[in-house]
Design a protein around this ligand. Sequence first.
Ligand SMILES: NC(=O)c1ccc[n+]([C@@H]2O[C@H](COP(=O)([O-])OP(=O)(O)OC[C@H]3O[C@@H](n4cnc5c(N)ncnc54)[C@H](OP(=O)(O)O)[C@@H]3O)[C@@H](O)[C@H]2O)c1
Length: 299
Amino acid sequence: MNTMNTSTAADVAPLPAQQAGRFPLGSRRVARIGYGAMQLAGPGVFGPPASPEAAIAVLREAVALGVDHIDTSDFYGPHVTNQLIRQALHPYRDGLTIVTKVGARRGDDASWLPAQSPAELVQQVHDNLRHLGLDVLDVVNLRSMLDVHGPAEGSLAPQLAALAQLQQQGLVRHIGLSNVTATQVEEARGFCEIVCVQNMYNLAHRQDDALVDALAAQGVAYVPFFPLGGFSPLQSQALSAVAAELGATPMQVALAWLLQRSPNLLLIPGTSSVAHLRQNLAAASLRIPAELLRRLDPA
Ligand SMILES: NC(=O)c1ccc[n+]([C@@H]2O[C@H](COP(=O)([O-])OP(=O)(O)OC[C@H]3O[C@@H](n4cnc5c(N)ncnc54)[C@H](OP(=O)(O)O)[C@@H]3O)[C@@H](O)[C@H]2O)c1
């Protein structure tokens, strides 16, 4: 009997998360659907979660289904999400890109507070390294806290200088920005290369349309946070109707819409449920025809 395995790479179907193609993020081309780990921390992103085992199962299933881009922060939990990622996935498989963010801390009442001084940023990078069990962080996003709820103009020069120095020291491979304006992206390029921008963007919040297009033209990733609407998942008659026509769920349509919006969009939907994770990754192979896409536009 011939026991040789004769399958070739061409015979192996891409894993679910990898069906929507890839786009550069730092040194790697990652699958366009990844995973946002914030929801794992527990209610209000303030840990611990009811079941750490369930959180670990979600992380392991994500990677098993082809996710190679995980978004996190040490202020989720705080510390809890990174510790769960380490427990679930360390030692990390080759090719897994973990993106973290710095610039905030949590109050004892679970509030989100700015932590933007150079000394605080250095401390946060070291906290991320320790809790994730890494010697170098793949990508660190500087999260602007000039306004916690949305981008606000203002210089981020001291913070960028501190991150650029950490990059020169070899603790940070690539730098991105979060909750920023186009002007701040330009300012940041005076300090270091910016490999991604992570702002709020989804079907119902398209304020960043111009920034998405500008970054696409420059070959830079745009990573929409709250791709499903965040703490209040997206709901609309149009979304439900389009989902019904496609035999998909509204959340899958919301993700497929983002994938079709621009090739530089890298998705990080969050969930604490393995069932939802599988549904979300299946959106990588959902195609919304043009006439249905139009029905998702504002009236
Ligand atoms: N840079 C920033 O300032 C910032 C801010 C917020 C978030 N983020 C990042 O962005 C990531 C994504 O944001 P997010 O997780 O807050 O919001 P999201 O991905 O827009 O939505 C998550 C919510 O949708 C629910 N959900 C997920 N999949 C679902 C499905 N298939 N069916 C029904 N409900 C579903 C989740 O509940 P279940 O757990 O029950 O599935 C959760 O309530 C975060 O994980 C974090 O990494 C960054």
